[in-house]
Ligand binder design. Structure first.
Ligand code: LMR
Length: 442
C-alpha cells in the first residue's frame, strides 16, 4: 500500500510508491530526513486522483479526474490522513507505541461501520496505541468506503494516524498486523449452501493469498464473513507462510449470546458468567458448553437446576439467535458482531483473567480434546496478551457434550470436503448435512 514518502520537504506534488509509514521506529531511524518537523504538516498529495481531499490542513483542492484502472487497484491514504505527523516529537511527551496496521475487509458494511470507530477510539488496543486503518471495499462499495473514511476524519480521533482505502487486497493488506475479514456475500434466495461455500470460499482463498504475499509474517486474522470457520480454513490454507495458529473464526458473538442467556436465567448480571466455551462451527450445530461454564464461580448446573432448559431451550436459543435477529431487523446482527470482534481482539491483546477463558475458532492441529485435525473449530483459549493463545487443558466432557461436539465436527468435515478445490486438496465433494445452517438461516 502506498502512502507518501517522508522527505525534508513535506509539501510536494510527487507521488512515490515507497512505503514510508509513520512507524516511530522508522521515524527515529530517518530522523535526519525529518529535521524540519511540522506537526501535522501536509503529506504529499498522491498523483492517483480518485479521492476528494477533504478537511486537509492546507485546503489543497482535489484535482478532478477520471479513475483509471491502475488507480482503482491502488490503495491510497484518505484526506486528512494524508498529512504527515511529527510522531517523534509527540512521543517525547506521550510515549506512543509503534503504529499498528489493521486491515478490514467489507469496510463499507454495517459491521465495520460500528467496528472501525471502536478501533480508532483506542477501545481495543489502548490509549497509547496509534492505529492505521487499511480499508478494503469493492468497486461497487467504493463511494461508501469514501464516506466511511470521511466520517473517520470528522471524528478527530487522536490515535487514528492513517486511513487508506482500496479494492485490491494485495495493496490494502500490505504490512497488516491484524486482518479483520468481514466482507462476504450473504446467502441469496435459492442459493445452495454449497454455492455459498464456493462463492465466499473464493473470496477467502484470494484474501489468504494476498495476506501470504504482503501482510506481516505474524498477522493475526479474524474471519467474520460466513461460513466463517470454513472460510478461515480456506484462508489459512492459501497463506502457508503465515502460522495457521494465527487464523481465527469469530465465535465470540456466540459466547456473548450464551453468557447473556445464562445470566438472564440465573438472575445475575452477565459479568458473573465465566468459562463460557462455544464448541465447533458458527452454525446451528455450535455447542454452548454449560457443563464447564460458571456463574459466580460455581458450575452452571449447580446454579441453574433446570437441566432440560439448558440442554434444549438455552442451547437452541444461542444456536439460532442470529436467525431470530435477522427476522426482527431484516438483516444480520451488526453492532453486536462488531462488539464481539472488539472483544475477541481484546482477549488476545490482554492477559486472560486467572481461571477464565474465551472462545475462538482456531486450527485444530494438536488439540487435546480429540477433535479431528485440520479444521477450524471453536474451542476454549487463554492468552498472555501477546496476540497469541493456548488451548485450555482442564475441560470436563460428558456424553451429551461429546455427542453435540461430534455433530458440529462432522458438519465442518463435510464443509471441508466441499471446498477441497479451494484448499489445494483435490476435487470437492459436497455431502453437507441438510439440517444444519448458519445462525442466520432459519
Ligand atoms: C449471526 O450470528 O448473527 C450471523 O452470523 C448470522 C448470519 O447468518 O449472518
Amino acid at each position: 500500500m502506498s502512502v507518501a514518502d517522508l522527505t525534508t520537504s513535506p509539501v510536494t506534488s510527487t507521488y512515490t510508491k515507497t512505503s514510508s509509514r509513520l512507524h516511530s521506529s522508522q521515524l527515529s531511524l530517518s530522523s535526519n530526513r525529518l529535521s524540519v518537523h511540522f506537526s501535522r504538516s501536509p503529506r504529499p498529495i498522491p498523483r492517483a486522483q480518485n479521492f476528494k481531499i477533504t478537511c486537509s490542513v492546507n485546503q489543497v483542492p482535489a484535482p478532478v479526474a477520471v479513475q483509471t484502472e491502475e488507480a482503482k487497484n491502488k490503495s491510497e491514504c484518505f484526506g486528512v490522513f494524508c498529512q504527515t505527523y511529527d510522531l517523534k516529537a509527540e512521543e517525547e511527551t506521550k510515549s506512543w507505541k509503534k503504529l499498528i496496521n489493521v486491515a478490514v475487509s467489507g469496510a463499507a458494511g454495517m459491521i465495520s461501520n460500528h467496528l472501525l470507530f471502536k478501533l480508532a477510539s483506542g477501545e481495543v488496543f489502548g490509549p497509547d496505541q496509534p492505529v492505521a486503518l487499511k480499508l478494503l471495499g469493492s468497486e461497487r462499495s467504493f463511494q461508501a468506503l469514501e464516506g466511511v473514511a470521511m466520517e473517520l476524519e470528522d471524528s478527530l480521533y487522536p490515535l487514528l494516524r492513517e486511513v487508506s482505502i482500496g479494492i485490491n487486497p494485495y495493496e490494502v493488506f500490505e504490512d497488516a498486523e491484524w486482518a479483520l475479514l468481514i466482507g462476504a456475500k450473504p446467502r441469496g434466495p435459492g442459493m445452495e449452501r454449497a454455492g455459498l461455500l464456493d462463492i465466499n470460499g473464493q473470496i477467502f482463498a484470494e484474501q489468504g493469498k494476498a495476506l501470504n504475499a504482503v501482510a506481516s509474517r505474524n498477522v493475526k486474522v479474524i474471519v467474520v464473513g460466513n461460513p466463517c470457520n470454513t472460510n478461515a480454513l480456506i484462508c489459512l490454507k492459501n497463506a502457508p507462510n503465515i502460522p495457521a495458529k494465527n487464523f481465527h473464526a469469530l465465535t465470540r458473538l456466540d459466547e456473548n449470546r450464551a453468557k447473556c442467556q445464562l445470566a438472564l436465567k440465573a438472575g445475575v448480571f452477565y459479568d458473573k458468567v465465566s468459562n463460557m466455551t462455544i464448541w465447533g462451527n458458527h452454525s446451528t450445530t455450535q455447542v454452548p458448553d454449560f457443563l464447564n461454564a460458571r456463574i459466580n464461580g460455581s458450575p452452571v448446573k449447580e446454579v441453574i437446576k433446570d437441566h432440560k432448559w439448558l440442554e434444549e431451550e438455552f442451547t437452541e436459543k444461542v444456536q439460532k439467535r442470529g436467525g431470530v435477529l435477522i427476522q426482527k431487523w431484516g438483516r444480520s446482527s451488526a453492532a453486536s458482531t462488531a462488539v464481539s470482534i472488539a472483544d475477541a481482539m481484546k482477549s488476545l491483546v490482554t492477559p486472560t483473567p486467572e481461571g477464565d477463558w474465551f472462545s475462538t475458532g482456531v486450527y485444530t492441529n494438536g488439540n487435546p480434546y480429540g477433535i479431528a485435525q485440520d479444521i477450524v473449530f471453536s474451542m476454549p483459549c487463554r492468552s498472555k496478551g501477546d496476540g497469541d493463545y493456548e488451548l485450555v487443558k482442564d475441560i470436563t466432557f460428558d456424553e451429551y457434550l461429546r455427542k453435540r461436539i461430534a455433530k458440529s465436527e462432522a458438519e465442518l468435515l463435510a464443509e471441508k470436503r466441499c471446498v477441497a478445490h479451494l484448499t489445494g486438496e483435490g476435487v470437492a465433494f459436497c455431502d453437507l448435512p441438510e439440517d444444519t445452517m448458519l445462525p442466520g438461516e432459519m
